[in-house]
Design a protein around this ligand. Structure first.
Ligand SMILES: *Cc1c(COP(=O)(O)O)cnc(C)c1O
Length: 351
């Protein structure tokens, strides 16, 4: 009867990673540019003999590099295996109350998976018609709050005053802001840490630092919150982040010029693509991310998704309430985006 004792979950479904290298991959919000040049050099020079040893359990070098880059103390930084690991630890650590945890109805679809896995009560707060956060909805009694800023897959960025209003209304709750896309034009909530010790800001190397394959995420908060996270992490697995990720992550953080150059390029491409897609009948939110949340005035999203897929261009589509006529399109290189636009222009009904 072991089956009665199984912890049943409906898992998160990640975007597809096609085997075919010719696919134009605009479906998982990766960066189309390589990691900082120093990363390649350091990977070639890596001390392979040291792979015999367990990695540093505290990821000291990476934690210190991040602390110095963001101007905080190193006991205010926690690193994990992608921000998915950091977020999962946050759910396990901070959301153990009786009241429901609150997050938007349309948001990162991992949140409800973790809530169900850890048996955390939760309630979704519907986004408004224009896809912005319903701030009033986040003033209800709760056992914690989490939302991405900018949100995904809507790409909508909320001004810091909105984040602060939610913090002001919830002094008793852990408030977690998932800033996976903050480097593409938004303002981070990090400065609010000085005023709010219940705030935790989560970021990742997967999008703006071109390192999704190394799995590096981190969060910054009060040293009290970081201590709580470490206590839980060291109760699950001491050796989460491997040595190569720790070593190469440090090099990526230190190359600020390259980071600014690549995020700047993505932003410029995004703004141009907005104009070109608008000219052929697409509408979208004012993205401050590395993707667009788009729909066409006459052709259904699902048909466009299939048409593009048959032509080796992958974008993301969800057959879910409220968003079933939307595509999430990652911003690739200028060349990739030109191919996307030309292909769309060839689709009957688009122009
Ligand atoms: C991509 C993403 C993450 C997770 O990224 P990692 O690769 O695990 O760092 C977390 N939150 C949001 C909103 C994302 O889009």
């Amino acid at each position: 009867m072991w089956e009665e004792n199984v912890r049943r979950v409906v898992p998160y479904v990640a975007g597809e990673q096609p085997k075919d290298k010719n696919v134009i991959k605009l479906n998982t919000n990766e960066c189309p540019y390589p990691p900082a040049p120093g990363v390649e050099q350091a990977a070639k020079e890596m001390d392979i003999d040291s792979l015999r040893l367990y990695p540093d359990t505290e990821s000291t070098a990476l934690t210190e590099a991040l602390a110095s880059y963001y101007g905080v103390d190193s006991d205010q930084v926690f690193v994990g295996v992608g921000s998915d690991d950091v977020l999962s630890m946050c759910f396990l650590t901070f959301f153990d109350g009786k009241e429901p945890v609150l997050f938007p109805d349309i948001t990162y679809s991992f949140y409800d998976v973790w809530a169900k896995l850890y048996r955390i009560p939760f309630r979704t707060v519907p986004l408004k018609e224009d896809w912005t956060l319903d701030v009033e909805g986040f003033k209800a009694p709760n056992g914690g709050i989490i939302f991405p800023n900018p949100n995904a897959p809507t790409a909508v960025y909320e001004d810091l005053s909105v984040v602060e209003e939610i913090l002001q209304a919830n002094p008793e709750s852990a408030v977690i802001v998932d800033e996976a896309y903050i480097d593409f034009g938004g303002q981070s909530a990090l400065p609010l840490l000085k005023k709010y010790s219940n705030l935790l800001v989560v970021q990742t190397f997967s999008k703006s630092r071109s390192m999704a394959g190394l799995r590096i995420g981190f969060c910054i908060g009060s040293k009290e919150m970081i201590k709580c996270l470490n206590d839980v992490k060291f109760s699950v697995n001491s050796y989460t982040m491997n040595m190569p990720s720790q070593t190469l992550g440090v090099i990526a953080v230190k190359d600020d010029a390259y980071f600014r150059e690549t995020t700047g390029k993505i932003i410029r491409t995004r703004e141009r693509v907005k104009e070109e897609l608008a000219a052929i009948g697409f509408t979208f939110t004012d993205s401050k991310t590395n993707f667009l949340f788009a729909s066409h005035r006459s052709v259904p999203a699902k048909e466009i998704f299939t048409y593009l897929r048959e032509r080796n261009i992958y974008v993301r589509f969800w057959d879910k309430p409220r968003i079933s006529n939307r595509l999430r399109i990652t911003i690739g290189t200028d060349e990739q985006m030109n191919t996307l636009i030309e292909t769309l222009k060839g689709m009957p009904g688009i122009c």
